[in-house]
Write a protein that binds this ligand. Structure first.
Ligand SMILES: [Zn+2]
Length: 271
């Protein structure tokens, strides 16, 4: 056990790792590869976080030492577009104490991630008329360079603390029964642009027919002539039923609405 100058807390102990502790370096380097893949700026606190995440603490200087040495190696993996350095890099990771298989996975992990978005589709379903629709998209795996959609869609780009990009999506409200479909296009610094379809519908308002009280006016008397029967029998057979709100012919049993045009016209001609 050696003594080493640590932080402003004074003297930190560099503990010799047990085998179990030493094996935590697989996870620690893998977390580091994740950060490098996302191109997150690495500083002292980012490394401290990894150390804590794998269940070690500031007394374990050896892990800090390994992570610091792993940084430039994983940076090279990140930029090794054609894989020409793959074998060398994996060997270097093994030399840090990693086992072969985790070293291969870590090499791949350090590579830039393709742009990806969640959710893949925005379906607002059916909204109340006039109601605005809003959602948030999360884009990971690269830098978003441009976001676009139709005029009706308002987009706001926010940078999240984890390196991802948040896109606030607002579709302005519309009239009842309207249907809106669009597509949000997200362009990144690499790869194909992503397309997120947007669907919104605004509830149809079912208009209740206004029930007009039937005017009992002088124009149509409660007993009238049936336009079907009267030409043959020449008498008034149409009786208005208050309960039904309609006329009913005692002869042909036909029912007419009280304001029926045919009845009105016939009775107009044949008082
Ligand atoms: Zn009749």
């Amino acid at each position: 056990m050696k003594l080493e100058n640590g932080s402003n807390e004074g003297v930190a102990l560099d503990i010799e790792p047990t085998e179990e502790e030493f094996n935590k370096l697989q996870d620690a380097v893998s977390y580091l590869a994740d950060l490098i893949s996302d191109e997150i700026k690495l500083n002292k606190s980012a490394l401290d976080e990894i150390v804590l995440k794998v269940g070690l603490d500031s007394h374990h200087d050896w892990i800090r030492n390994i992570l610091e040495r792993a940084c430039p190696i994983l940076e090279r993996a990140h930029n090794d577009v054609h894989g020409v350095e793959k074998e060398i890099i994996i060997t270097e990771l093994e030399r840090l104490g990693m086992k072969k298989f985790p070293a291969i996975l870590t090499y791949d992990k350090a590579k830039p991630k393709p742009l990806s978005v969640e959710p893949k589709i925005i379906d607002f379903g059916c909204l109340k008329a006039g109601k605005e629709a809003n959602a948030t998209l999360k884009v990971t795996g690269g830098v978003v360079t441009e976001v676009s959609a139709g005029k009706r869609v308002k987009l706001t780009i926010l940078k999240a603390s984890d390196g991802s990009t948040l896109i606030k999506v607002i579709v302005s409200g519309s009239s009842a029964g309207d249907l809106f479909q669009d597509c949000i296009i997200i362009k990144g610094d690499k790869g194909e642009p992503l397309k997120v379809p947007v669907n919104v519908q605004w509830e149809k308002v079912i208009e209740k027919p206004i029930e007009k009280p039937i005017p009992i006016d002088n124009e149509l008397p409660p007993i009238s002539r049936c336009p079907n029967c009267d030409p043959k029998i020449h008498r008034k057979t149409l009786f208005y039923s208050k309960v039904r709100g309609r006329y009913r012919c005692s002869q042909c049993e036909h029912e007419f609405s009280y304001s029926d045009k045919k009845v009105r016209e016939y009775n107009g001609i044949h008082p």
